[in-house]
Each structure stands twice: as C-alpha cells, then as structure tokens.
Design a protein. Structure first.
Length: 219
C-alpha cells in the first residue's frame, strides 16, 4: 500500500476518546427521570458499542414499559447534547498518532454509532483540522456493523477499500471491518479486553497508539 494512498478509519468511543463517564451520566439521568435504578460504569462499558438506542435498551430494567425507551432516549439526548464534553478526553498518545498519520499523508475518518451531532461536535473539539471526515448515527444509513458508514466515508474521501484500514476497540468494529472488506486493527485500551477481542476474531492487536501507527505503516 502506497503511504500517500492510505486511509485510516477510526471508531470514536473507546478508540480515540474515553467517553464512558459522560455516557454513564446521560444514561443515568434518563433512568432517574423515569425513577429506574441507575447503572454502574462497568455495566455501561458492556452496554456501549451499538448506538445510543441499544445502550438505553440495555440499560432499562427488565419489565420496563414499552414507551419508556422513547422517553428515556429523549432524556438521554437532551442531557448528552449539553454534557458530552464534560468528562470526555482523548486517550494518551492519540493526538500524536493522528498527527503522525496526517504527516505521513494518510486520509483520516471517524465512523461511529454515536449520534451524528455528538460525533461531529467532539471531533471538531478534539481533532479539528486533523480528521477529514466524521460520521455518526443518522437516519437513512445503517449502523455498524453494517458497512454503510464506512463506505460513505470512503466515498466522501475519494478513497479505495484496498488502501484503507479500520481501527476500533470492540467486536462490533471487527465485524464492521469484515463486512466492509477492510483489515482491522483492534486496540486494547478501550472498552473491551485483549482476550475478548481475540475471542471475537481480532487479528491485529495494538496495545498503544504507536503500535497502531506501526501496524498502519506495515499494511
């Protein structure tokens, strides 16, 4: 792969940004509004990865009323839109990684199951001027692990699959890369363990951002 033709598509939550506390606060705000028990950090960690709707579905207790999900989502979105930057931070070494890749001539994209407004807001705050394309969950396009958002990002960047690699921290990301026909680099500092990732088919493992850079340069 020619270095000047490489495209690197990143997941966001658990890969570039540690968003867990803000997601927990928004989830627990929505649950509290409905007088349901709140969830722990470890529970939220297990629940994330398939979008806000699935997060709330998992967070609601057994026996929740059918209309509670819609009401909980309204509460989650209202709270998260105002507080998605409160405790979120970039993982150590991520900014250096993105700058290195950019300087090496790579095109960079972020594709996430997070609501599109939050993806764009957070990417602008943390990675403005570095990431070429940032896409989140929106109507009319299937969420990961469907390949749709990856394919949209490649189209936007004018990039080809043969020169692209996907980087993520979960089984959803491994499936997304497979469905899109891309190689996948799985990172271990996010929301899933190395053992979990290997059990779900991870073939390239990175324990820190510099290992991601090295893996991209080898492809």
């Amino acid at each position: 792969m020619n270095v000047n033709e490489r495209t690197v598509i990143f997941d966001l939550d658990g890969t570039l940004l540690n968003t867990l506390e803000d997601l927990m606060d928004a989830t627990n705000f929505a649950l509290s509004e409905l007088h349901y028990p709140t969830r722990t950090m470890d529970e939220i960690r297990r629940f994330v990865g398939n979008g806000a709707g699935k997060l709330m579905e998992r967070a609601l207790p057994d026996g929740a009323r059918p209309f509670d999900h819609e009401q909980a989502m309204r509460g989650f979105r209202a709270y998260y839109s105002a507080h998605c930057e409160d405790k979120t931070r970039a993982y150590d070494g991520v900014m250096e990684l993105l700058k290195q890749l950019k300087e090496a001539g790579c095109k960079l994209a972020v594709v996430s199951n997070k609501p599109d407004f939050a993806v764009k807001q957070l990417c602008e705050k943390f990675f403005g001027g570095i990431v070429n394309c940032a896409m989140g969950e929106s109507q009319g396009i299937r969420r990961k692990p469907a390949p749709d958002m990856v394919e949209q990002a490649l189209l936007f960047l004018g990039a080809k699959k043969k020169s692209a690699v996907y980087v993520g921290d979960s089984d959803v990301d491994i499936q997304t890369a497979q469905n899109a026909g891309l190689s996948c680099i799985s990172v271990t500092w996010g929301f899933r363990s190395a053992d979990f990732l290997k059990q779900h088919g991870a073939k390239i493992i990175a324990d820190d951002p510099q290992q991601v850079y090295q893996a991209v340069m080898r492809l």
